[in-house]
Design a protein around this ligand. Structure first.
Ligand code: NAP
Ligand code: HSE
Length: 431
């Protein structure tokens, strides 16, 4: 005889929560057979029970009182998909302390308080699983924690924010306006409740902090990640990228060398021949290099109700499998050492520099001398005439240290022939 259904409480029934409900409804029979036990969502916490929902929730009791779920002795697993720091943090700590397993998609919380939450889960002998917190439906956390566990991870590079990739793709390929595409991404359920998290690069930085902590076995938090967003990327930059055979992407980059971790999120020019340049729309991809496995690449939808729900449901099923074998709480925090964070001045990249200058003799030579003084040389230069005896210059440098580029920019700022420093964007993927 099959055991009674295992009861689950949802904290949140928005985009992701609805995806979880939909998947458990659609695949109920197969999931029940795989686990030898049915899963049943009995209660869901919401802010406003009167709101229309994307799913049929007839069998789920909606409540605005978290204690009704966390304090329910019949509920074994809490799925936190409400988002934000508080009260989500307190609810999760309380749930773990009163003996429940927790599955979450909350990267904001994990990137700041991951250690506290994971240690609490381990001390309580409970699972805290968070596959959905990074790259939507791509199983990258399981890959890093389990499938690649025998490797020293050397490098991670990824497109891990669906909203910004959706925006940059539509701007580059359809010439659409930034605000218009962002609105569409919000309507499709890709963007965060506050979409500035997406466009300012914070969402990707949070995910990178989570990935880097697991990959390098050393806690990395949001504050460690150098972060720039996409708001300064203009149609002009996208046009120059096309002319130079590049694509502009919001990249998340991490590597470890000499006991130090480098973690950064920023827009970057990528050669069109690079595998990440082909990742378009809401899709995400994570490229991982391990010392044993070599190069690997993980690809899939990075946001949205069902892709993210897919990761949450997989975690729920893992909790149940662990319950069967008594293995809960064994694979929470995987950090085993403490590495330093590399300072930004030591980052190394090539650069795209777009300037408006006076269209006069010797300006280009003076600029080249200024960059040379900082130890920077150029791989290519484009010059286009502009009205009022001005010219637009696009310089693509050879790789140099961030500190060298900062020195060159200080020189440009005081050179009277430079009318405007329009944009400076890193160029990656050359080597
Ligand atoms: P959402 O659509 O805004 O849904 C949030 C849900 O939580 C809503 O049902 C809301 O209630 C409820 N809620 C929020 N604050 C609450 C509070 N203080 N008290 C009671 N209920 C509260 O958000 P989402 O897109 O599903 O995202 C949820 C989490 O998943 C976030 O951590 C997000 O970063 C993460 N995530 C999202 C995606 C994605 O593609 N959307 C992908 C990966 C991870 P009402 O419905 O009554 O407003
Ligand atoms: N807002 C996030 C994104 C959701 O666009 O990638 C998935 O984490």
């Amino acid at each position: 005889m099959q055991a009674s259904p295992l009861k689950i409480g949802l904290l949140g029934l928005g985009t992701v929560g609805s995806g979880v409900v939909q998947i458990l409804q659609a695949n109920k029979t197969a999931i029940g057979i795989k686990l030898g036990r049915d899963l049943e969502i009995t209660k869901a916490l919401v802010r406003n029970p009167q709101l229309p929902r994307q799913v049929n929730y007839d069998s789920i009791r909606l409540t605005t009182d978290a204690a009704e779920i966390i304090g329910d002795p019949e509920i074994d697993i809490i799925v936190e998909v409400m988002g934000g720091i508080e009260p989500a943090r307190s609810y999760m700590l309380e749930a773990l302390q009163c003996g429940k397993h927790v599955v979450t998609a909350n990267k904001d919380l994990l990137a700041l308080h991951g250690r506290e939450l994971l240690d609490t889960a381990t001390a309580a002998g409970k699972d805290l699983l968070f596959e959905a917190s990074v790259a939507g439906g791509i199983p990258i956390i399981a890959a890093l924690k389990q499938s690649l566990a025998g490797n020293q991870i050397k490098q991670l590079a990824g497109i891990i924010n669906g909203t910004t990739n959706y925006i940059l793709t539509a701007m580059a390929e359809q010439g659409r306006e930034y605000a218009d595409v962002l609105k569409e991404a919000q309507e499709l359920g890709y963007a965060e409740a506050d979409p500035s998290s997406d466009v300012d690069g914070l969402d990707a930085a949070r995910k990178l902090a989570i990935l880097a902590s697991i990959a390098f076995g050393s806690a990395v938090t949001l504050n460690d990640v150098y972060t720039e967003g996409i708001s300064r990327i203009s149609k002009t930059d996208l046009e120059y990228a096309r002319e130079l055979d590049y694509t502009i992407k919001l990249l998340a980059l991490a590597n470890e060398s000499e006991e130090r971790v480098e973690v950064r999120v920023h827009p970057a020019f990528l050669p069109n021949s690079h595998p990440l340049a082909a990742v378009k729309g809401v899709f995400n991809a994570v490229y991982v290099v391990g010392d044993a496995v070599g190069e690997t690449m993980f690809y899939g939808r990075g946001a949205g109700s069902l892709p993210t729900g897919s990761a949450v449901v997989a975690d729920l099923m893992q909790v149940v499998r662990n319950m069967k074998t008594g293995a809960n709480g064994n694979l929470n925090c995987t950090c085993y050492r403490r590495l330093e964070i590399k300072p930004v001045e030591e980052f190394k990249s090539a650069y795209y520099v777009r300037l408006q200058v006076k269209d006069e003799p010797r300006v280009l030579a003076s600029l080249a001398a200024m960059f040379a003084e900082a130890g920077i040389s150029f791989a290519s230069i484009i010059q286009k005439p502009k009205p009022d005896e001005a010219a637009e210059l696009v310089l693509v440098s050879h790789p140099c240290q961030e500190g060298q580029m900062q020195q060159a920019v200080e020189n440009l700022k005081v050179y009277a022939k430079v009318l405007n420093i329009c944009n400076i964007i890193r160029v990656e993927g050359g080597q």
